[in-house]
Design a binder for this molecule. Sequence first.
Ligand SMILES: Cc1cc2nc3c(=O)[nH]c(=O)nc-3n(C[C@H](O)[C@H](O)[C@H](O)COP(=O)(O)OP(=O)(O)OC[C@H]3O[C@@H](n4cnc5c(N)ncnc54)[C@H](O)[C@@H]3O)c2cc1C
Length: 339
Amino acid sequence: MAHYAIIGAGMAGLSALNQLASQGHKVTVFDKSRGSGGRMATKKVGAASWDMGAQFFRAHTEAFQQQLEQWQQDGIISEWQASIWQIANNQASPSPDTVKRYVATPRMTGLSRYMLRCASAFETESRIVRLLKRPAGWHLFSDDNREFGPFDKLIVAIPPEQANALLKTADDLASLREATHVDMNPCWTLLLSFNQPLATDIDAAFVKDGPIGWISRNNSKPGRDAGESWVIQANHHWSKDHCNGERHGLMETLQNAFWQALQLPPQPHAEIWLHRWLFSIPNVVEQPGTVVSNDDSVALCGDWLQAPNIEGAWLSGNLAARRLSGQPLPQQDTLEASL
Ligand SMILES: Cc1cc2nc3c(=O)[nH]c(=O)nc-3n(C[C@H](O)[C@H](O)[C@H](O)COP(=O)(O)OP(=O)(O)OC[C@H]3O[C@@H](n4cnc5c(N)ncnc54)[C@H](O)[C@@H]3O)c2cc1C
């Protein structure tokens, strides 16, 4: 059995971990953050908490549908039976879609912690900044000068800009950098909590007017704290135009747009938080799924190589792990169904 290193404990890296661990390989996972989940992040301020990144997941492919069923049986995810609306021209109407949406419980990071349980080791607060191939295998160096290794094989599961910078440090991996020229959209996200429930039937809405793209009542999701808390995501276009905007002004604009979308008079919030995702989701994805080095010892994965969502990250990580470990690959038509 081989010893693998996975850089990045988001959905792609964890999917690769689960696939490799199921074959009995030893896997060490690294992340620059204090925890796991990446863009499936949870934010806590005072007594309030929100899913700050990914809001829900859904399956387009048979493979991911089966995985969702398994996680549901394991009690890690639940269907979010929300009242979903669409708001356009200041008119709200129930969303006509019949999509099944799932969330991890009691928060999104619950799923990443569950997936991590089969790692041999999880090195947190370890930003990997250099890769070096020695005769015994790959060595990793963190920004605080720690060295890890040797590892037989390496999976790089971080966003494209970070992957590009990391791959630059190893001559053998220059050819992989071509794949990392993928544009990522920014996304301003405003989090609000209230002492009283807001008087609306809307649990979540796709918003077509003004700066907002999506709003959701976080406490309408299964397993969440009861306190009234809302996530307001600006659309990508507005986020790009205001990427370096002044925070106070942005908060005010997004709050005004929020009340306008709900057609409610402004009300005082209990907690407020504004977060800028510089790299939220890829703009366009070419879908190679993974890219592997000539000597089959390093693979790249992430949503930016498959599809701009949790499912894309899961499929990409699974494929990267299969490619490096010589497991049978999934049917191509299954992967293409995620378009
Ligand atoms: C605001 C927002 C809303 C979204 N909404 C949805 C949604 O509703 N449904 C959906 O399906 N998807 C949604 N997405 C997209 C979804 O979150 C992503 O597609 C998915 O989580 C990407 O997973 P990943 O593993 O590819 O990358 P990431 O989650 O970004 O994981 C990469 C990890 O690598 C770590 N890392 C980076 N550089 C280094 C380094 N040098 N060394 C060590 N660690 C490093 C990071 O800390 C991170 O944990 C949303 C994303 C955002 C930001």
